[in-house]
Design a protein around this ligand. Structure first.
Ligand SMILES: [Zn+2]
Length: 253
């Protein structure tokens, strides 16, 4: 009577040991988050140092989602700032801009805030699909076709002053203050243009022309100030492409 019971207990003990070992293996299995991020998939395998009877603590890895950030970019729907800007949503996230230009815009917003002017982002990066929509809507919206606007390279932004929660489009004095502040930061201001007069528009190309941009060039910025500039821009191009695909799909519907 006792023997079978002993055997069962022994068997249960064995099973639980194997199970615990499996769990332990899982716990200490090497995990490299970079393998899961497309941009850092080339990881050199390094032999761990051979140390007896020391179980290394699992490395703490901060996982940054480098694949889907574009999905988190903020955007607004038409009439959000009181104007007809077409059916396709407008990307308003400053992360969608070229890193150097993005910093300048953050400075512009901060400088204006010091002067008591609150600015909202109407549009930052713009897809070809969205640019085409403006083109169809007429000259009032853009004089450039797909590929010709600085917005399509993350090098332009449209802003508007907000007074008492309302977008103020027609206060020339206010625009001048914002425009001059932007120009002091080295930005080109659309308030100096006549066709069309575009006071909410700021751009910067680092000396590149539309032709350079259309050929896929982007301003090169010093790695001294932006250690990850190269990778950031590479990632940014990928996000732009994702938006392009998403909005082009909407157009086809
Ligand atoms: Zn613009």
């Amino acid at each position: 009577m006792l023997k079978p019971l002993k055997a069962i207990v022994a068997l249960l003990l064995l099973v639980s040991t194997i199970d615990a070992q499996a769990q332990l293996d899982q716990l200490f299995a090497p995990f490299d988050c970079r393998e899961h991020a497309e941009f850092f998939h080339v990881v050199e395998a390094v032999e761990p140092p051979k140390v007896d009877s020391v179980i290394a603590a699992p490395e703490i890895v901060i996982e940054i989602d480098t694949i889907n950030e574009w999905k988190e970019w903020s955007y607004v729907e038409n009439y959000n700032f009181g104007k007809d800007r077409g059916a396709m949503p407008m990307i308003t996230d400053l992360r969608a801009l070229h890193p150097y230009f993005r910093d300048k815009i953050n400075k512009l917003i901060a400088e204006c805030k010091k002067q008591g002017i609150e600015l909202a982002v109407v549009e930052s990066y713009r897809t070809h699909a969205k640019q085409n929509e403006y083109k169809v809507m007429g000259k009032k919206y853009t004089s450039s076709g797909a590929g010709r606007s600085k917005h399509q390279y993350g090098l332009a932004v449209d802003l508007v002053p907000i007074v008492d929660s309302v977008a103020v489009w027609d206060n020339k004095q206010l625009w001048l203050k914002v425009g001059v502040t932007g120009e002091k930061l080295g930005l080109r201001w659309g308030g100096r243009w006549r066709k069309p007069y575009d006071p909410g528009h700021f751009e910067w190309t680092g000396g590149l022309t539309s032709v350079h941009l259309a050929h896929g060039m982007l301003p090169i910025i010093s790695e001294d100030h932006y250690p990850c500039a190269h990778d950031d821009v590479k990632l940014l191009r990928k996000y732009w492409k994702e938006w392009e695909t998403a909005q082009a799909a909407v157009t086809r519907k």
